[in-house]
Structures are given as structure tokens and as C-alpha cells.
Design a protein around this ligand. Structure first.
Ligand SMILES: Cc1cc2nc3c(=O)[nH]c(=O)nc-3n(C[C@H](O)[C@H](O)[C@H](O)COP(=O)(O)O)c2cc1C
Length: 152
């Protein structure tokens, strides 16, 4: 099974978690394409069999500036990703209240509109709770890999 991994980050934390996800997935025998920086053409060229998106939230519930062009292009070109399994890892901070992990939520909703299939509930990593998101993501990543293995 092949997995395309994309990330959106302001300070590099989500990129680091995505890099860690890439090594967990490769270690489990998945064929990883790390699409970095996130780009619609590069993602589609990879003909992904599954998608993992890792993004932080900035502003008041917005996606990182560097990730917005990818999101907006995906929204306007609207390439159907019918039944492609996907997962989202959202980094945020619960101190922001209602906009906690909203960036991940935006990405998740767009992928659902594109008919991709969410195979594991979105992981929310809270910067108020922990300073080791790459470690905290491990159990979810193991589940993600197992879920894909069952579908392969
Ligand atoms: C200016 C600013 C605005 C933020 N706004 C939000 C927000 O609205 N919701 C949220 O959940 N987290 C918010 N955060 C927290 C970040 O998403 C969190 O610290 C994350 O781990 C940063 O990851 P990054 O280094 O990949 O950007 C904000 C952080 C900053 C510095």
C-alpha cells in the first residue's frame, strides 16, 4: 500500500510529526511519498492509494499560510478522491477554545467532500497538554498502519 503524506506548518512542528509518520509508515513496509511542500499536482502525480495529512492551526482557526495555496487549489480543482483512505493529524492548542484544531477540521471536511474515506478519527494533538507531539502521535500512527494493512 502506498501512502502520500502532506503537512502544513508554521513553526515546523506539524512537519516534524509528518516526518515521523513517514518513518513509522516506511518501517511498517508502506510505500511512502512525502509530498513536501504540499502541492496538488505532485500529490495527484503520486497516484496515492491513501493520504495522511498533518496540519497545525494558526490565526483564529486558520490553516498555515504556506499550506493555504494547496488547500485552495484542491478546493477549486476538486479532484475526486473517491474511496481513498485518509487520516488527519491536527496540531493545535486547546487554549484557543472554539478554534481548537480547526485547521485539521477544514482539511478533513474538504477530503470528505472529495469523497475520500476517513478510516480513523482525526487525531488532535494539544500543545497545552504536551510538548512531544511526535511521541504522542505514535499509538495513532500504529493504528493507522494497521488499518491500511487490513485494507491492502
Ligand atoms: C499565532 C498563533 C495562532 C494560533 N491559533 C490557533 C488556533 O486558532 N487553534 C488552535 O487549535 N491552535 C492554534 N495555535 C496553536 C498551534 O496550532 C500549535 O502551537 C501547533 O503545535 C503549532 O504547530 P506548527 O509548529 O506546525 O505550526 C496558534 C498558535 C499561534 C502561534
Amino acid at each position: 500500500m502506498q501512502v502520500a503524506i502532506l503537512s502544513g506548518s508554521v513553526f515546523g512542528t506539524a512537519d516534524m510529526v509528518a516526518d515521523e509518520a513517514a518513518s513509522v509508515c516506511s518501517g511498517a513496509g508502506l510505500d511512502v511519498v512525502r509530498v513536501k511542500p504540499a502541492n496538488v499536482d505532485a500529490m495527484l502525480a503520486a497516484q496515492p492509494e491513501s493520504l495522511l495529512v498533518c496540519t497545525s492551526t494558526t490565526g483564529m482557526g486558520e490553516l498555515p499560510d504556506s499550506f493555504m495555496p494547496f488547500y485552495l487549489e484542491l478546493q477549486s480543482r476538486f479532484p475526486l478522491l473517491t474511496k481513498i483512505p485518509f487520516g488527519v493529524i491536527a496540531l493545535g492548542d486547546s487554549a484557543y477554545g472554539d478554534t481548537f484544531c480547526q485547521g485539521g477540521e477544514l482539511m478533513r471536511e474538504l477530503l470528505l467532500e472529495l469523497q475520500a474515506e476517513e478510516v480513523l478519527p482525526m487525531l488532535r494533538l494539544d500543545a497545552s497538554e504536551s510538548v512531544t507531539p511526535e511521541v504522542d502521535a505514535q499509538p495513532w500512527l500504529e493504528q493507522w498502519v494497521n488499518t491500511l494493512a487490513q485494507r491492502a
